[in-house]
Write a protein that binds this ligand. Structure first.
Ligand code: IPM
Ligand code: MN
Length: 394
């Protein structure tokens, strides 16, 4: 029986409520499909900061390196500036583990209403692929005359050819496994005449390798407008770190709620473990009430959808409404009245009623890396494509 090690950083606010739900779903999947998962819990985050003056121990990345995958709940505390919490935990993991492809699927599910009037289920089905290790988030800059009236702040973007190329190529490979087979590049080369001009050039070069994929290039402002005006037309959208950050929130809300948004920070080379997180944040106002948005707890809806659809074409599309009780099993952020755990359990039932095992291994896109300690062969549990769709799993 295969064994995996998943390291869990519940983190701040509602984070631990969300990860505990995710763990329950993974355990149910493991029991049903015959593999072992060992969870290693880390009490890192803002409480750790209050006790030790840092968000995680200095050797944290060495510890996490042993994992097959990492689950993160949330990072952020009202009493600590966000740039301290984020630069002390999430961002060093993304960069340190070279998780260059940040995959954020956004699909409109049956039983969940879009704020855009008149959008039927499944009409919105896009994935934002965000560059995750450089661009506008590169830690390059500083202050001059710090805290004096003449203070100057410099923050530089870093766009490398290799960095652009690998994430753009990832987006094209993803599009090949989906139905619409379209990649939209997000740019602003009319104003950013170096970084985004390089991005555009690399996009064109990579696009030439994929003649079967339809392409478009949109300025980021036009992309924002079109996410609202014609969200159904998008398939895979590839963007720089900051543009992808902003547009992925927009993609989440046009299909209902940031509470359904999930984020896979992938190192597709499998050199390092990948990290899976919800996008909703620590939500201190609802901590402990048991009503944290459940949809992102495991990215399991997309997972369930892709596996099921791969196994049984006749049943396509009904899994979410089953899992969500046709819209009755929803947390308050989605207009329902159920708790996080209840939704997790009921959703799992919906998922469980389909055959996870039917997923087609040959359509696998990204595999979980073997743990260095166990040397176990990788079992696909991360990102897969089936039935023409690719979704992040776990
Ligand atoms: C996200 C978040 C983070 C980001 C913040 C919390 C640093 O907004 O994952 O989208 O900007 O990447
Ligand atoms: Mn964000």
């Amino acid at each position: 029986m295969s064994s995996y090690t998943v390291h869990v950083i519940g983190g701040d606010g509602i984070g631990p409520e969300v990860t505990s739900c995710a763990i329950a779903v993974i355990e149910a999947a493991a029991a049903r499909h015959g593999f072992n998962v060992q969870f290693v819990d880390h009490d890192w985050g803002s409480d750790h900061f209050f006790r030790h003056g840092r968000m995680m121990p200095p050797n944290a990345l060495d510890t996490l390196r042993q994992a097959n995958a990492i689950l993160l709940g949330a990072v952020g505390h009202p009493d600590i500036p966000d740039h301290i919490t984020l630069h002390g935990l999430l961002l060093p993991i993304r960069r340190g583990f070279d998780q260059f492809a940040n995959v954020r699927p956004a699909r409109l599910y049956p039983g969940v209403a879009s704020p855009l009037v008149g959008y039927p289920p499944k009409e919105i089905d896009m994935v934002v692929v965000r560059e995750n290790t450089e661009g506008e988030y590169a830690p390059v800059g500083g202050f001059v005359h710090h805290h004096h009236p003449s203070e100057v702040a410099v923050q530089s973007s870093v766009f490398t050819r290799q960095g652009c190329e690998r994430v753009i190529r990832f987006a094209f490979e993803l599009a090949r496994r989906r139905e619409k087979k379209r990649v939209t590049s997000v740019t602003k080369s009319n104003a950013q005449a170096y970084s985004l001009v390089l991005w555009d050039r690399v996009f064109q070069t990579v696009a030439n390798e994929f003649p079967d994929i339809e392409t478009e290039s949109l300025l980021v402002d036009a992309a924002a407008m079109n996410f609202v005006r014609r969200p159904h037309s998008f398939d895979v959208v590839v963007a720089s770190n900051l543009f992808g950050d902003i547009l992925s929130d927009l993609s989440a809300i046009v299909r209902s709620s940031i509470g359904l948004a999930a984020s896979a920070n992938l190192d597709p080379t499998l050199t390092y473990p990948s990290l899976f997180e919800p996008v909703q944040g620590s939500a201190p106002d609802i901590v402990g009430r048991g009503i944290a948005p459940h949809g992102s707890d495991l990215m399991r809806r997309d997972a369930a959808g892709s596996h099921r659809e791969g196994g049984s074409g006749a049943r396509r599309g009904s899994g979410y409404s089953r899992g969500s009780g046709g819209g009755q099993v929803l947390t308050p952020d989605l207009g329902g009245a159920k708790t996080t755990r209840r939704c997790g359990r009921l959703s799992w039932r919906g998922w469980d009623s389909w055959s996870y095992a039917r997923a087609e291994p040959d359509r696998e896109v990204v595999r979980m890396p073997p743990a260095p300690s166990t040397g176990q062969p990788a079992r696909p549990f991360v990102l897969r494509s089936s039935g023409g769709r690719t979704d992040a799993v776990c």
